[in-house]
Design a binder for this molecule. Structure first.
Ligand SMILES: [Zn+2]
Length: 201
């Protein structure tokens, strides 16, 4: 599924759940959901989230950049900051560096739990209320949407490598797949416009 579709569906879900759970349809909410909805595809060198962060979008460059970034964080933490919890970041970066698209932790329930835990910690530390809800909306919807595609996702990774998908699924690279994604976005956009008078209050 394209990055644009993931981003759109994250924002549509935010509009749908706003006023039902403690989230707001405002600039910061939209930005956090947008980032979270693209985050699982960090394992794909050509994904929307890597488009501007990697100079050369190849597997090896992705591996190299995330690996080096992990080492830099270890060095800075070991030399200056000395916070045990910060070692989680390089661990995650190394996992991303060495996992192929939809074959690792980023598209699993474990990945979702890690993203939720980190956001809960950051939300409490930096006083960003309900950050965890926005992250779960974006990240969770990404995994659900990828389960609608033929490729499926390794939902139970690292315990099982099996790819899970819904009974009704489509190939996101096919002509039909692209048309379905465009259609979902169009209906979703109309729904957001319909909800705007209520959610912008
Ligand atoms: Zn994905």
């Amino acid at each position: 599924m394209s990055g644009k579709t993931h981003l759109g569906i994250g924002i549509i879900t935010l509009a749908a759940l706003c006023n039902k759970i403690p989230v707001k349809f405002n600039y910061s909410g939209i930005i956090i959901v947008s980032i979270a909805s693209m985050l699982p595809d960090i394992d794909h060198p050509k994904s929307l989230i890597n488009k501007y962060s990697l100079l050369n979008k190849t597997k090896h460059i992705k591996k190299f950049i995330y690996f080096i970034l992990g080492l830099i964080i270890i060095y800075i933490n070991f030399t200056y900051i000395h916070k045990q919890v910060l070692y989680i970041a390089p661990l995650l970066l190394f996992t991303v560096a060495f996992s192929n698209h939809r074959q690792g932790i980023t598209h699993s329930l474990c990945g979702l739990i890690i993203a939720a835990s980190v956001s809960s910690y950051l939300g409490l530390k930096y006083n960003v209320s309900n950050l965890i809800y926005y992250v779960i909306i974006g990240y969770g919807m990404h995994i659900i949407c990828d389960m609608c595609t033929k490729m499926g996702v390794p939902l139970l990774y690292p315990f099982k490598n099996k790819k899970y998908k819904f009974f009704l699924n489509f190939s996101s690279n096919s002509k039909w797949g692209k048309a379905i994604e465009e259609f979902i976005l169009l209906i979703g956009l109309m729904y957001v416009i319909y909800r705007l008078p209520v959610i912008l209050v």
